[in-house]
Write a protein that binds this ligand. Sequence first.
Ligand code: ZN
Length: 251
Amino acid sequence: MPPVKAAPFDPLDFAVRVEAAARATGFRVERFGEAGGCPLLALTKRTPGPRPRIYVSAGIHGDEPAPPLALLELIEAGAFDARAVWFVCPMLNPVGLARGIRENEAGIDLNRDYRSLQSPEVRAHVAWLRRQPNFDLALSVHEDWESVGFYLYEQNPDGRPSLADALVASAARFCPIDMSAVIEGREAHGGVIRVPGDPLERPLWPESIYLRANHTRLAYTVETPSSLPLAQRVATLRAVVSRAIEPTVKP
Ligand SMILES: [Zn+2]
């Protein structure tokens, strides 16, 4: 288990701010569960007419405060507008965030629990996901305590037009890119890891694998380096998420 390193994060205060900002910008707010007395929130917004369906999540690792803060800022800024149908889960591990630890109260890494479903947080999340349609795009927003720069994982099994290079370029305006040939034990090119083989065969499923198995054929997990100042990580993730949702704009 990594040492506690994250800045203090108040999940109840965050939930209040998210709910207020979401309602003010037209979201429906759903409490699909709770953890440590804090609600697990899903925000949805549907605009009539054909729209891409985009899913965005954050806060599954409690020692990664920048992703939920970036989503809150994007909600407050009105970034999730009428261009798409939105499904946003901004804080999947409130107990971990309160304690600054990666796992939940029971020591379970929620982002390895989407096959075995041992944690109440992931069971509640999956129960909510099962009520949702397929997504045209899924984004899982993270940060990494060991990386030297921004990088991302792409799951694009059908070879759809890739957003990977555009996302790296948007991140590069705010932070260094991890240009290592191997990141997290996987082959990487220019900050991009294309998940090889059939990840569904893995014994432990992160959220992104569950999404690929059940909801989407285009998924990105984006990671900023935790060694940078928090404001810089938040700015990087805001830019990356903004860029990810940009090409799906339809008139
Ligand atoms: Zn993470």
